[in-house]
Design a protein around this ligand. Structure first.
Ligand code: DX5
Ligand code: ZN
Length: 219
């Protein structure tokens, strides 16, 4: 089952409620919320306050992509704010297993994220405990960057691992540069969940863009 996850990083912050309702009515499967601390990535974005403000205005699952140092310190705050799933970068903590366990213990779905420059081997030990793996297809920090084609191989190797190990039942997500030119190749490589920021929101018709992406991924 293909899932389309609009990233509100590219939404109109002065009209966030409008932009969330628009994609919810238009059939988005979940909402992707990019959390940046200015240390782990060279940009600043949203904190738990934005998540708790969105929680009462949408029924969409809220997925928080933590691009922050010491993510363990903020898991509780995002859980209390109403996150449904928390994604933590393997590069952001020496204790990725613990961070993922903390997310599960809070009753949420847990995902591990892997940067373009990080080899897959660094996450193989946590695959049995995650609900999702996010393969970054750009270097994290900004919307609107160019898709890194080399990441397709990482996605298909991950898909192979998933198929050959009975205890590994995670979803594969891609994030960065997903658009009408790149989504089909990602789907073919084995991705199930597709984050799209600028392609959806930098448009006069975000709903048409989401529908188009879904069609291309399903082909
Ligand atoms: C980048 C973020 C992405 C971003 C994607 O660091 O993790 O979620 O919103 O933006 P696009 O789809 O414009 O590449
Ligand atoms: Zn993201």
């Amino acid at each position: 089952m293909i899932k389309i996850a609009p990233s509100i990083l590219s939404a109109d912050y002065a009209n966030l409620q409008r932009d969330v309702e628009l994609v919810e009515k238009g059939g988005a499967d979940l909402l992707h919320i990019d959390v940046m601390d200015g240390h782990f990535v060279p940009n600043l974005s949203f904190g738990p306050g934005v998540v708790s403000a969105l929680r009462p205005i949408t029924k969409l699952p809220l997925e928080c992509h933590l691009m922050i140092d010491a993510p363990e310190q903020y898991i509780k705050a995002f859980a209390q704010a109403g996150a449904d799933r928390i994604l933590v970068h393997v590069e952001s903590t020496p204790h990725i297993y613990r961070a993922l366990q903390m997310i599960k213990d809070a009753g949420l779905e847990a995902g591990v994220v892997i940067n373009p420059g990080t080899p897959l081997e660094l996450i193989t030990n946590v695959l049995p405990i995650v609900d999702q793996v996010l393969v970054m297809t750009v270097n994290p920090g900004f919307g609107g960057q160019v898709f890194l084609k080399g990441m397709l191989k990482k996605v298909s190797r991950l898909d192979q691992l998933r198929q050959t190990n009975y205890n590994q039942d995670f979803k594969i997500e891609v994030d960065g540069g997903i658009n009408d030119q790149t989504i089909a190749a990602c789907a073919k490589a084995g991705a199930d969940v597709f984050v799209a920021g600028s392609y959806v929101y930098d448009s006069d018709n975000p709903v048409a863009r989401m529908n188009h992406l879904r069609d291309l991924a399903a082909d």
